[in-house]
Design a protein around this ligand. Structure first.
Ligand SMILES: N[C@@H](CCC(=O)N[C@@H](CS)C(=O)NCC(=O)O)C(=O)O
Length: 226
């Protein structure tokens, strides 16, 4: 790959296609970022329960076999939600809401909060990890609960001084885009976010009032199941 390769992608992209799954929290992050920037995009559901992410066709788009993947003008595929969300922020800087603050220190703090979710929480509670841990469904649930609780406790402590209406002050940021889908997952795993993490739940309730959060939420997707 030469510099020329990357230089072919300097134009603002015209067509965005997002491969995702309604309940994939990493997919929600990207849907939300696109909504915050008021971008039109085509949503292509990939059914994780049916293993469509490991189909030969999908593996040519994302050899990792994971969601989300963002197709850019039919030629380039970006993977990893954190990289995708940052690319969206940089590419559509003048559009919609800012996802990262200008101040370098605050920006680093927002990224730290993202990583608590992205690196230290979500991967540990994925079904593939639960399955490797145990064949017993109760054991799997306990495992997921353990790491979700640890991650949310860490997030709560690390965001203590920065929290306003949202995780870092009163403006929505990437930290919230990572936090809320994990809170949604926590509730699914029968951790009462309202009771155990009231400070984070306040951010959740605040986010739910916003259109971008609603439009990107799992239940609002075309592949949502009742
Ligand atoms: N770090 C990746 C994680 C992606 C990921 O693991 N996605 C899950 C759904 S939330 C997935 O595709 N799981 C399928 C599998 O584990 O096989 C990201 O943030 O994009």
């Amino acid at each position: 790959v030469t510099n020329n390769f990357w230089n072919a992608f300097t134009e603002i992209p015209k067509i965005l296609k997002l491969y995702g799954y309604w309940r994939s929290s990493a997919s929600w992050r990207v849907r939300w970022a696109l909504e915050l920037k008021k971008r039109d995009y085509e949503y292509v559901p990939i059914n994780l329960l049916k293993g469509e992410n490991t189909s030969e066709r999908f593996l040519t788009l994302n050899p990792q076999g994971r969601l989300p993947a963002l197709e850019i003008d039919g030629t380039f595929y970006l993977t990893q939600s954190m990289a995708i969300v940052e690319w969206i922020e940089e590419t559509y800087r003048g559009f919609g809401d800012r996802l990262l603050p200008d101040n370098p220190l605050e920006k680093a703090h927002v990224r730290s909060l993202c990583e608590i979710i992205n690196a230290d929480t979500t991967p540990l509670q994925l079904p593939r990890v639960q399955k490797a841990h145990s064949a017993d469904t109760e054991e799997r649930k306990k495992w997921a609960q353990l790491f979700i609780r640890q991650g949310l406790q860490d997030f709560e402590k690390v965001s203590e001084k920065s929290r306003g209406k949202f995780s870092s002050g009163d403006a929505i940021s990437m930290a919230d885009v990572f936090l809320i889908p994990q809170l949604y997952n926590a509730n699914r795993y029968e951790i009462s976010v309202a009771k155990e993490f009231p400070a984070l739940d306040r951010i959740y309730q605040e986010a739910l009032k916003t259109e971008a959060c609603q439009l990107s939420s799992p239940e609002a997707q075309s592949d949502a199941q009742p």
